[in-house]
Design a protein around this ligand. Sequence first.
Ligand SMILES: Nc1ncnc2c1ncn2[C@@H]1O[C@H](COP(=O)(O)OP(=O)(O)OP(=O)(O)O)[C@@H](O)[C@H]1O
Length: 380
Amino acid sequence: MAHRGNLVIVGISVGLALGIFIASLVFFGLRWYKKRAHLRRCANERCTTTPMSPDGTRMAKLQALTRVDIQKATQNFTTILGQGSFGPVYKATMAIGGVVAVKVLASNSKQGEKEFQTEVSLLGRLHHRNLVNLVGYCVDKGQHMLIYEFMSNGSLARLLYSQEERVLSWEERLQIALDISHGIEYLHDGAVPPVIHRDLKSANILLDRSMRAKVADFGLSKEEEFEGRNSGLKGTYGYIDPTYISTNKFTMKSDIYSFGIILFELITAIHPQQNLMEYVNLASMSPDGVDEILDKRLIGECNIVEARSLAAVAHKCLHKTPRKRPSIGEVSQAILKIKQRHKEGTTSFAGEDISGVVNWIELQQMELSKMSSVKEKITE
Ligand SMILES: Nc1ncnc2c1ncn2[C@@H]1O[C@H](COP(=O)(O)OP(=O)(O)OP(=O)(O)O)[C@@H](O)[C@H]1O
């Protein structure tokens, strides 16, 4: 009898425990479901309605302008800033105040039409201090225009390669590298859904009046031409991930590759279409080889230990196996560390005579240019 009584007690306890377990499962399951539904609602809201800024505040909606507004603001399209593959870009002074840049998409460009819709819907919801924000658009009689915040210091490519520009200091270059990294980080890790840029290059990095860098032109990637024919590949020659060429699959790691190229541009001021990778590969044959390809204008003006560290980050970004390349978050962390060390002034030569190092770098650079000119002669 007592044995039976025990069995009943055990049965009731097991039943109770099971009941409690199932009830908590239902309770927590419901909570999890509600939370997910809430997150999804927030994400959708970000995609379709008023965009959010990175600090969570709501941004103004995109402004729709008429062709007449823009005609007035650009003095009848006479204030040209430059010509891109999608059409001309004009500086516009708006009647309500403020200066903007207007990109007029060539009306004969079928691709421009398609990309226009992509960019308007994409950019309308993407806002970050390191992205060139879209502030408005214009659709008028089949003509499409995109209106961006004005970047008074132009492109990084112009700053690095134009003789008329002043030399970018090492400190500015470190800040630019970090700004670009943060812009890409927002695209890859902050945007919902994530955005792959597909055409990262120094011409698509623009600088504001405080020399802070912003990433431009996402959603506008174009097909690259090889020998006058469309290759079917998106991006720009010199920046395209070789794995993308062989697999036709563009991933975030292809953006990381292009960013690695931009980092080397910052270090060397050699354009990727002027054999940058050949110099990088030659220099990587010797330890500290980056000294040999350092921008001549930086010799004696920058901390070589920091330049070597940045080159090491760039090398990782260019790893031939995409999954071995770092994520953009890791790249930002690494650049931030270099920048902090720079600020603290802790990257020193431990008693080395700096003038000796400078002379040595100059010698190495001469050797390298001799090597590459011999190589050019052989390949001719
Ligand atoms: N928001 C802006 N503020 C100031 N200048 C700009 C702005 N956007 C573009 N520009 C300038 O206008 C010119 C053309 O830019 P665009 O982005 O159309 O072409 P690109 O990036 O140089 O070349 P591609 O179209 O082949 O990628 C460049 O000189 C660029 O610096």
